[in-house]
Design a binder for this molecule. Structure first.
Ligand code: ADP
Ligand code: MG
Length: 147
């Protein structure tokens, strides 16, 4: 899939939001500047968040809960995590009981930390936009392709 600009990234995030459920993990993989936070912002805005979501690169974990947003979401950026154990201490999986996880730099947790994650990989393309590839797990098969 091709995302031509930031607006396209926001729109794509909104399409994920439309089908997102508690227990879902959406992994956003790709180098710095690839557009991971942009997809997350589109998703969070579509869930009702007013204003622009901050990048969680310093906070590491940015939680959102009703009523500021339609369902609980943890927006996580593991860039600063140096060892998978540090990330495990965040207790991210606990959040899946009643919310969804949106994780930038998921590979900081090691190889395939969530086999059931919708795994989105972003790369720069020559035209200035981004290329997105998705690994769609069983849990997402009935929701894919997004409408
Ligand atoms: N699909 C896209 N095409 C072109 N530019 C984009 C796209 N998505 C995001 N950008 C721009 O790239 C920059 C970095 O985006 P960001 O979402 O912060 O990346 P990341 O979280 O992966 O580091 C921002 O200036 C943003 O506007
Ligand atoms: Mg980011």
């Amino acid at each position: 899939m091709h995302l031509a600009d930031e607006a396209a990234a926001h729109a794509f995030g909104a399409r994920i939001a439309a089908v997102l459920r508690a227990g879902d993990v959406v992994a956003l993989s790709g180098p710095l500047g690839a557009g991971k936070t942009s997809i997350a912002r589109g998703l969070l805005a579509a869930l009702g968040l007013a204003g622009e979501a901050p990048s969680p690169s310093f906070a590491i974990v940015q939680p959102y809960d009703p009523p500021e947003i339609r369902m609980s979401v943890l927006h996580v950026d593991l860039y600063r995590i140096e060892h998978p154990d540090e990330a495990r201490e965040l207790g991210l999986d606990d959040a899946l009981e009643d919310g969804a996880l949106l994780v930038e730099w998921p590979e900081r947790l090691g190889d395939d930390p969530w086999p059931e994650a919708l795994w989105l990989s972003l790369a720069f393309d020559e035209a200035g936009g981004r290329r997105l590839t998705a690994r769609v797990p069983d849990a997402w098969e009935s929701r894919w392709p997004l409408t």
